[in-house]
Ligand binder design. Sequence first.
Ligand SMILES: [Zn+2]
Ligand SMILES: [Zn+2]
Length: 103
Amino acid sequence: LCELGEDHENHKVDADHAAMLWDEGGRYGGAVWVRWNTERAELVPLPWCSALDPCNEEACGLFAGHPSGHSWEVIDPTDEAITRVLAEQYPHLFPERREEGGG
Ligand SMILES: [Zn+2]
Ligand SMILES: [Zn+2]
């Protein structure tokens, strides 16, 4: 499953999808990703994005030069939709969503 967000291919030149396969544990200083589009797929070792979340200083979970927003800006549309429905039906289970929906 692509980790770059729902609509990155609609407005970026680099429209390849990407998903992390495994963390290389420092050998490359990054992780191995699969990148694919409608014509091909390839495995590529990529360094981590060096950006930090300004809110909590957690490192971005995507590769350097990724085309879409950083990992904290990408909202998994499926997870978000499910959580939203549950939160509407069972608000007592999601007290944190009254604020911002932590993480
Ligand atoms: Zn994608
Ligand atoms: Zn990033």
